[in-house]
Design a protein around this ligand. Structure first.
Ligand SMILES: [Zn+2]
Length: 547
């Protein structure tokens, strides 16, 4: 590996940096650049119809600023912008944003695309980084700064002309020193100051200065230093909104954006699920959900991923990774028995009105439309807890510990036989069959329970014979009756019962469930039964155990 070929990005010295002491307390202003940056990174760029579909979804999710394209660069982008304006598809509280290079004919064309718009951000950029200046543009610092000033002037002058034609139009100006993260920070300040001197923003009518990590080239802490340095050295900072636009080349776009917010930024540009050039843009879903999981209102509605993810996947033709933070298919799933056991215990204790405290689940999966089928997947590694959890959560069966242990190998064998994960329904069916819960026999329709002093007595018809016995309570009386008839010594080791709702596949009338663990002549026997009432369930469970 030829590491000596590379050198670190230079970032400013900032020994008195303040950002490490800050905390995130509110959501930033979000800007979706899915329709622009996301779109330009696609092998097959979106059609106007696909763009419209994604646009509606972004509006529905609550984005208030949406970068819709680069209308001077392609006819599709131009047409899409026109369609939004002409068909009145932009809600009152939503602002569209368009990108343009600092070149006059492109700026002119951009305002043509915006004709009649109520409010738009005109986002102009030129590149400022060392490598771009020296190797791509072959221009000096002064020449690059002059390009920015000239671009700012065209943006301002054409805006005035557009407003004369259409007085309803309001324009907000945005400037990006493209590849800010690879620009000397003091020089980036100098260029942005020059742009502000052209636009003359005020705290009431601020401009936007967008700081891109066009290529992520340093660690998030050093990017935060760049942002804090920029903000502290920018004259008239109150007249600019500071926007951040990170890419994910080093896999830290979200972290860099979070630390940039600590460093004082106000606004974040990114895309849903991180689609964008190369490794992608900053993923807004991840950052918003990070805030959400700490109790901060993300100011976006991400509660229905099934809907918005389907749209994103359709228009980008990119499938979401199964382990994508917060929304991947298996990110709330536990396969291992110890994780399942911990989750089950926590969920049983979790009250609806208290803060979420569940091991292995940073948020309640239900908040993003996931049910517990996804949480607990029973496979051959799951052990007793997974099966017990599923039977309780989905079918209302509260298995005693000894029964969980007894049933675990059955579930495991089924998982191995099926070569992977067992569906919850298959697991339940296996449980019913293994413990003969669907069988109608034995029939105990005819029994009488009575009292004889302290003792209870029982008499029941069983397989064409009469069983009679007495004991402390019905259970003991039944065991006594069995012993009288068969000579087998029966001891009840454990007994549990609970009420239930209608039991699936057993019958509407099965409202009571009983579990009994017996010792019959030194051998352990298990009996389970569902019946209309608890006494019938108990008697049936014992007789099933004895059989
Ligand atoms: Zn970008």
């Amino acid at each position: 590996m030829k590491f000596a070929k590379y050198q670190p990005t230079v970032t400013p010295d900032l020994p008195d940096r303040q950002w490490p002491n800050q905390r995130l307390v509110k959501a930033p202003l979000w800007v979706s650049v899915d329709l622009r940056d996301g779109n330009q990174a696609l092998a097959n760029p979106m059609t106007v119809e696909q763009k419209l579909k994604l646009w509606h979804e972004l509006v529905k999710m609550g984005f208030k600023t949406i970068e819709v394209g680069f209308p001077s660069a392609s006819q599709v982008e131009f047409d899409f912008t026109r369609r939004l304006i002409e068909e009145n598809l932009i809600p009152e509280d939503v602002t569209i944003q368009v990108l343009v290079q600092a070149r006059e004919h492109l700026i002119k064309r951009t305002y043509e695309a915006l004709q009649g718009v109520k409010q738009a951000v005109v986002h102009v950029y030129n590149t400022t980084s060392i490598v771009q200046r020296e190797r791509v543009f072959e221009k000096s610092k002064a020449e690059i700064k002059a390009m920015a000033e000239q671009g700012a002037l065209w943006v301002k002058n054409y805006a005035q002309a557009a407003q004369q034609q259409s007085p309803v139009s309001q324009f907000i100006f945005q400037y990006s020193p493209e590849s800010f993260s690879q620009t000397e920070t003091a020089y980036a300040v100098e260029v942005c100051e020059a742009v502000m001197d052209v636009w003359l923003p005020t705290p009431e009518n601020p401009c936007i200065l967008n700081l891109p990590a066009t290529v992520e080239s340093t660690s998030p802490n050093r990017f935060a230093d760049q942002v804090e340095y920029f903000i502290r050295h920018l004259p008239n900072r109150a007249s600019a909104l500071i926007s951040i636009h990170t890419h994910n080349d080093r896999g830290c776009a979200v972290a860099a954006a979070e630390l940039a917010l600590l460093a004082g930024a106000d606004r974040i540009e990114g895309t849903l699920l991180g689609n964008g050039e190369r490794t992608g843009n900053m993923d807004i879903v991840t950052l918003a959900m990070n805030l959400y999981s700490e109790g901060i209102d993300p100011e976006l509605n991400l509660s229905n991923p099934d809907e918005w993810m389907a749209v994103v996947e359709e228009v980008t033709q990119i499938k979401t990774h199964m382990r994508h933070p917060w929304v991947g298919e298996v990110v709330y799933t536990a396969y291992s028995g110890s994780h399942q056991d911990a989750i089950r215990k926590c969920l049983l204790k979790q009250q609806a009105d208290e803060p979420w405290q569940v091991a292995y689940l940073p948020i309640d999966p239900k908040d993003v439309g996931r049910d517990y089928e996804a949480v607990i997947r029973v496979n051959s590694q799951s052990g007793k807890a997974g099966a017990a959890f599923v039977l309780e959560q989905e079918y209302g069966l509260k298995l005693p510990k000894w029964l969980q242990i007894d049933f675990a190998p059955v579930a495991q064998a089924l998982a191995e036989k099926q070569g992977g994960v067992i569906s919850h329904k298959n697991l339940y069916q296996a449980f019913l069959i293994h413990y003969a819960l669907t069988e109608k026999k034995p029939n105990i329709s005819n029994y009488q329970i009575g009292k004889a002093g302290e003792m209870e007595t029982i008499r029941l018809d069983y397989e064409q014979q009469i069983l009679e016995g007495r004991g402390k309570g019905t259970l003991c009386a039944l065991c006594d009756a069995w012993q009288n008839s068969t000579g087998q010594v029966v001891d009840v080791l454990d007994y549990a019962e609970h009420a239930m709702h209608e039991a699936m596949d057993v019958g509407k009338n099965a409202r009571a469930m009983a579990y009994v663990l017996l010792d019959v002549d030194g051998q352990k026997k298990i009996g389970l039964a569902m019946a209309e009432d608890t006494v019938s369930a108990m008697l049936l469970a014992v007789l099933k155990g004895l059989n």
